[in-house]
Design a protein around this ligand. Sequence first.
Ligand code: SAM
Length: 252
Amino acid sequence: MPSTGARPAGSEDEAAAAQDVRRMFDSIAPRYDLLNHLLSANIDKLWWRRTAQRFYSVVANPDAAILDICCGTGDMTMALLKHRARDARPILAADFSHGMLSRAAQKFARPGQPAAIALEADALHLPLRSDSLDLIVTAFGFRNLANYEAGLREFHRVLKPGGQLGILEFSEPGGLVGKLYAVYFRRILPAIGRTICGQDGPYSYLPASVERFPSPNELLALLHAADYTDCAWQPYTFGIAGLYTATRGEVG
Ligand SMILES: C[S@@+](CC[C@H](N)C(=O)[O-])C[C@H]1O[C@@H](n2cnc3c(N)ncnc32)[C@H](O)[C@@H]1O
């Protein structure tokens, strides 16, 4: 099977796709939070909270090494921090868009030891030791990687044996909800995004990238093929979004 990954309109290969994605997020960073909450009617907050709760046992362990990759402006990290003691090891929050990450860093600031460390890094080439993390979480970021298989391999490399992975992503619901949602997602959402953001690309890219993204069964197959165990998908809100969970096997 050929490798899969994001391809914004006009990007011809993986390197160009990654560069276009990074530029796009840099350009929408100042309005990202406003648009995100508006376009999802704040349901995104519920999804981040549910994801954080799902990994409560790891997150509540103050020594656990945790990475929020593709952290954007940091809201997934902030949801994880709600379950973390003040003196716990800081969470690593990484993204390759400087514009998005600098907004995250402002949210993490507090007197004394920071609750989270903002790290400018590419998810496909993490500047982290192998076998070093207990948990990797990514919210609405995985879909944007230029190569999904390479992303899963890199996460596998840095997770400890037995470490956990959570991928929160959009999905395409079926039935009547799916039909109504498709009208909103493909027509209304790009129009609102275009008006507020002043540019067409990012909010046309969003529905196109969800359409291109593997179905839950296909992504579960990619997780199995990348040697993860206990792979599962939990739909959220009629399957508009959902959480993939997987464990890095004890060997390999
Ligand atoms: C839709 S935003 C999600 C942000 C945040 N996690 C949230 O839930 O709001 C996707 C983020 O993924 C980041 N991203 C995409 N590809 C990446 C890569 N290869 N390495 C690091 N970050 C990446 C983008 O810069 C962007 O900030």
